[in-house]
Design a protein around this ligand. Structure first.
Ligand SMILES: *Cc1c(COP(=O)(O)O)cnc(C)c1O
Length: 360
């Protein structure tokens, strides 16, 4: 068996210990004589798995009792519709456009009401986070929406916007559990888990109870109402059971490591290795304004398409895979999520350094 260093933006690297444990339990989950994949979601064994997963996530993030944790399907993209369908009481919401995911969410919301783009960094290819300290927030906005970590462009809101009292809704798909957060600053945060937590197919939403309402937009399907999932402990229908089980193992892994403070320490240390190299390199350059850099997704370029392509190919040959940048941006992108070890980043940097010297 040989594992590569996988810098994919998602689905992405998972902790090796989690994969090993899942492999050990594959044929017989703790004496049940079956795999978690084969188990009724109404069984006591499965109820214990989902209950523990929720409890551990609450511990990790310090989720207050008046917030619900919902495990759902449909990926982050389904939330682009569920958010307005459930939260647009006045049919007005303000969106901050910092990349493609925010833009998609904004365009989707426009199908249900008045979705205002109150700030955007499109003018400089989303390479920065706009100043959000004094935005023209709409008087009757139901919420203010952000994509907190921009997976494609490699920027992150290091300061949350001033929403002037409106509820903040945040897509945290690519920074989920990468550092501590103050959940009370949000009305809702959500993310697809395939970036930093588990297998694709699960989306987790953390939502303040008063936002889970009966009076959603007319025509909202049962499955797309937060209330349906909240009232049924995320088991209105068959949940993505195996995926949730793996998420639970990742929560355990994080708790064993010391929680999100320790995760942040490691992520900062890891990202610094790569950013310091990029800042000193004469061949490779980061593409993002320094103060807005993401800890998770690091885009970089050489300035030459041919050199970029040669680098991506040689890197893959050497066991550093999925370094090609997003098709809309080009260049390279190293996603260095929680489960990417420091060693992987150090080795990548050594490889980049060697590549640079060979090009001179
Ligand atoms: C990947 C990603 C999405 C889309 O996720 P899907 O689960 O494929 O719908 C949305 N937002 C962000 C920030 C992402 O990184």
């Amino acid at each position: 068996m040989s594992r590569v260093y996988n810098f994919s933006a998602g689905p992405a690297v998972l902790p090796e210990s989690v994969l090993r444990e899942a492999a050990d339990e594959m044929l017989d989950y703790r004496g049940t004589g079956m795999s978690v994949m084969e188990m009724s979601h109404r069984s006591a064994a499965y109820q214990a798995i989902i209950d523990q997963a929720e409890a551990d996530l609450r511990t990790l993030m310090g989720i207050p009792a008046n917030y619900k944790v919902l495990f759902m399907q449909g990926g982050a993209s389904q939330q682009f519709a569920m958010v307005p369908m459930n939260l647009m009481k006045n049919r007005v919401a303000d969106y901050i456009i910092t990349g493609q995911w925010a833009k998609k969410a904004w365009q989707e919301a426009a199908m249900y009401g008045q979705a205002n783009a109150v700030a955007s960094s499109a003018d400089k290819t989303f390479s920065y986070i706009p100043d959000c300290s004094d935005l023209p927030i709409s008087e009757n906005a139901d919420y203010v929406y952000i994509c907190e970590n921009n997976t494609i462009y490699g920027t992150k809101f290091h300061t949350l916007p001033n929403t002037k009292g409106k509820d903040l809704v945040s897509d945290v798909s690519s920074c989920f559990l990468s550092e501590p957060v103050d959940v009370t600053r949000y009305g809702m945060l959500y993310g697809g888990v395939q970036k930093n937590i588990g297998p694709a197919g699960v989306v987790i939403a953390i939502i303040r109870e008063d936002l889970i309402r009966e009076d959603v937009l007319p025509g909202t399907p049962t499955m797309l109402r937060y209330k349906t999932h909240a009232d049924n402990g995320s088991m209105y229908n068959t949940p993505p059971a195996y995926g949730i089980y793996i998420c639970g193992k990742v929560f355990q892994w994080l708790l064993d490591m010391g929680g999100l403070e320790e995760m942040r320490r490691r992520n900062v240390e890891k990202a610094k290795v790569l950013y310091d190299f990029l800042d000193a390199s004469t061949l490779f350059h980061g593409t993002v304004v320094k103060k807005d850099r993401s800890l998770m997704n690091v885009p970089f370029v050489t300035g030459s398409k041919e050199t970029d392509a040669a680098f991506v190919a040689e890197a893959a040959e050497a066991g550093f895979v999925n370094l090609k940048g997003h098709r809309t941006v080009g260049g390279m992108r190293a996603s260095i999520y929680n489960a990417m070890p420091l060693e992987g980043v150090k080795k990548l940097v050594a490889f980049m350094d060697d590549f640079e010297k060979r090009r001179k």
